[in-house]
Design a protein. Structure first.
Length: 215
């Protein structure tokens, strides 16, 4: 199966669906990760022009640990992600080029604005990619079979799928640990481990779970 994971910033893909991604890789699926920004606003101490490349390198290292090498960086300004023609066309072109059966994206009500805009862009591009419109876009139309929305900053109020990631939790945390520029500011590793444990207990699907909303 071909999959695209859309991440507003480097590390969001690990936080939201890292365990599920490991399961896909172990099943032989092909994953492309698309980063809407390079996360250059993620530090008060490291200048933006330095932080963007640092976070891209962290993304390469983290995804490499999981066995993912196809990474795309759109390099929008962190914190100012725009719903515009440029981004819509870029995402439509990626969908038509990679031809995914499944995509992952942040959910609509996430507390971070870049996450909400990513949802809006990807949800709209998913529909447009399947039609014979918009001559500025490249490639033949492609229909994505399913989209799953993941949780990062704000837990989903309603979810429709729980995935047991217990066998992959240690590797997920190891991949997240490679995003050192962010863990220096926030203990995201502890936060996501707590959320995944909570989901496991409350759903009864496993010790640790990632939850998704089917779109």
């Amino acid at each position: 199966m071909r999959i695209i994971v859309f991440a507003p910033h480097p590390d969001d893909e690990i936080l939201g669906c890292g365990g599920t991604m490991i399961g896909h890789i172990e099943s032989g699926d092909q994953i492309t990760v698309v980063y809407m920004t390079s996360g250059d606003a993620g530090s008060h101490h490291i200048p933006k022009e330095q932080l963007g490349p640092i976070r891209e390198e962290e993304a390469h290292s983290s995804c490499s640990l999981l066995g993912i090498t196809d990474l795309v960086f759109l390099r929008n300004p962190d914190g100012y992600l725009a719903y515009d023609q440029k981004n819509l066309v870029a995402i439509i072109n990626l969908i038509r080029d990679r031809k995914p059966e499944l995509i992952y994206l942040p959910h609509l009500h996430d507390g971070h604005k870049d996450h909400r805009v990513t949802y809006e862009l990807v949800a709209e591009a998913k529909g447009r990619a399947g039609g014979p419109w918009f001559q500025e876009c490249q490639g033949d139309p492609w229909q994505v079979a399913m989209a799953l929305a993941y949780e990062v900053w704000t837990p989903l109020q309603q979810f429709s799928r729980a995935v047991d990631i217990t066998p992959y939790m240690e590797k997920k945390l190891a991949a997240l640990n490679l995003h050192q520029s962010q863990l220096a500011n926030f203990r995201l590793d502890q936060a996501i481990q707590g959320l995944n444990r909570y989901r496991g207990i409350m759903t009864g699907e496993g010790e640790y779970c990632e939850c998704f909303q089917i779109l």
